[in-house]
Design a protein around this ligand. Structure first.
Ligand SMILES: C[S@@+](CC[C@H](N)C(=O)[O-])C[C@H]1O[C@@H](n2cnc3c(N)ncnc32)[C@H](O)[C@@H]1O
Length: 246
């Protein structure tokens, strides 16, 4: 099963511990501290549109894209009330929007889904080309530490009223790939559950690898924080936030 297909319908429910409003406020604070006042924002891998919602509410003109039709369809319904949003089905690897933006965002470890370094380089170059001068690119990754030590080679189980969900993960040191085998059991009636599985793969990158790729793409103003803070990352940081100015 390709990733974010059937899972899309349950994504928001299973992500209810993620506070997207706070995430939005963190990004707004970054805009302030980096003296940018964007009007037009591109959100890559916008998923079900949870951050997009707050960006639209704030009045930014937002273009969001994702490669999963099922995620886009949830986003479409979530954002129906807004006139300042366009949703597109595109792939980060070769997206082309045909215009430049003041800011480009990509949150919630979507970048880790790019498992090939050359593809990531191509994405960063494309981001550079889609940014206006002085534009700002903000994204985060699951840290190497989190993918290899916390998520990798571990099993997580969530037992909710209507969803029973098992998450079996394997980390391979050589390829730096973390494979997530997600097994969902959705309560369909009093008598039984519907089962479906998805396989997701995230690549663990260390900070230096990402920095090198950004520099190769033409970026040289790069700031890195332990996500949701304005502190330098440390060895136990689980999410690393990159702020990159053109
Ligand atoms: C962890 S979800 C994050 C979604 C959203 N950014 C959020 O914060 O909820 C990862 C998203 O990346 C998307 N994605 C993964 N690889 C992609 C690619 N190559 N191009 C576009 N979207 C991609 C998936 O479809 C999914 O919606």
């Amino acid at each position: 099963m390709s990733c974010y297909s059937e899972f899309a319908m349950y994504y928001d429910e299973l992500m209810d511990d993620v506070d997207y409003e706070s995430w939005f406020l963190y990004i707004k604070e970054i805009f302030k501290r980096f003296s940018v006042d964007p009007k037009e924002i591109l959100e890559m891998a916008s998923g079900t549109g949870s951050l997009t919602y707050y960006l639209c509410k704030e009045g930014y003109s937002v273009t969001g894209f994702d490669r999963s039709e099922e995620m886009l369809s949830i986003a479409y319904n979530k954002l129906l009330q807004f006139k300042n949003v366009h949703l597109l089905k595109q792939d980060m690897v070769d997206f082309n929007i045909g215009k430049k933006f003041d800011s480009i965002l990509c949150i919630c470890d979507s970048i880790n889904y790019i498992t090939d370094e050359l593809e990531l380089l191509q994405i960063f170059k494309n981001v550079y080309d889609h940014l206006k001068d002085n534009g700002i690119f903000i994204f985060d990754i699951n840290s190497y530490y989190k993918l290899s030590q916390i998520i990798g080679n571990n099993i997580f189980i969530e037992d909710r009223e209507n969803i029973y969900y098992v998450w079996e993960n394997y980390f391979d040191k050589n390829s730096k790939l973390t494979q997530f085998n997600l097994n969902f059991f959705i309560k369909a009636s009093e008598e039984g559950y519907i089962r479906f599985d998805e396989e997701h793969i995230e690549r663990a990158y260390n900070i230096k690898e990402i920095e090198d790729l950004l520099r190769k793409s033409g970026f040289n103003k790069i700031t890195i924080y332990d996500a949701f803070t304005f502190n330098k990352p440390n060895k136990n940081s689980e999410r690393i936030n990159f702020i990159v100015k053109k």
